[in-house]
Design a protein around this ligand. Sequence first.
Ligand code: NAD
Ligand code: ZN
Length: 353
Amino acid sequence: MVPRVIFGRGSFNQLSDLLSPNRLNRNAPFIFLVDDVFKTNASIASKIPLAYDDKIIYVSTEEEPKTAQVDILVEDIILTSKERPSGIIGIGGGSILDLAKAIAIMLTNEGKSEDYQGWDLVKNKAVYHVGIPTISGTGAEVSRTTVLTGPERKLGINSDFTPFDQVVLDPELTKGVPNDQWFYTGMDCFIHCVESLNGTYLNAFSKSYGDMAYSLCKEIYLEDTLTKKDAQDKLMMASWHGGMSIAYSQVGVAHAMSYGLSYLLGIKHGIGNCIVFNHLEEFYPKDVALFKQMLSKHSIILPKNICANLGDKDFEIMINISLSLEPLWENAIGKNWKKIITPKKLKQLYLKM
Ligand code: NAD
Ligand code: ZN
């Protein structure tokens, strides 16, 4: 679990107080990894407390994090810092939070980041790392994984050293999020809850978090009772609880299939989950119906026929990526999932999307 978290509008202003006790010495900088959407945003960029050799690295989130990208950033940080950094601070959405976690790990572990994709392969404690989300939904701020696309697979580095040492939850930071992105990333949270609450891995610990996040999502996306600020505050908490829920259970069909879309077509996580979930009535009937209401209430039009021009080889790649995520299928369907989820079945589903 994340050992330290602060919540509140304006809590970003306390960053300097949070960081200073963790500075190792003047030669060991804090490295701020920031979504480049904030390069020109004075309300965030100007509040980053820089001292000594501290550095901001702006990163584009045009594409989701890659193992090679992590390795290049780590190399660059090592070459340009006098000493190993005091800490890595990620400011952005799931993409930046995952990059920050992966860099913190790779600063203290040898080799390439692709070597650590999987479960519990990390040997050494990571550099101190702080997560500051600027968009809510993924739960990356609380999770035990950092999802990376490598040469062979899209898979997280799941380890006890992955979670942040400190998280700052300041809902004010989410105010500039475009409407469609707010929907897609928020739906990632809704889908986390649905997949966790309907999975065979569910337990009371996971369920209590999942229930909370699920009802917050319904309130935010289906009712008209909340002010904009309340909705921002609540979605930030939903993201946290949804992340906690899947950390102690597992995700399901939408995630397993959207990883295939992401790997082959580069479709991003939030929208990819929405595209898939929209066609999963047979697995999650009640919640797909709710999801369709949310789509229509917020006038979101999802892309269609994205698999129409794919060849056999393409389907094979997507289907293999998806089927390789065995724990997700086992959670969604049960121990005998291979009887139901065949390559033919997945191709039929992909063709609907
Ligand atoms: P993102 O980080 O890719 O950001 C989406 C877009 O929103 C970007 O264009 C970004 O610039 C913009 N944005 C972010 N904050 C903004 C703000 N305040 N104002 C204006 N624009 C803003 O999107 P995401 O959906 O948060 O994250 C997706 C990533 O998270 C994927 O790489 C996925 O694999 C990962 N993920 C990780 C976990 C985990 O547990 N580690 C869980 C789910 C998803
Ligand atoms: Zn997700």
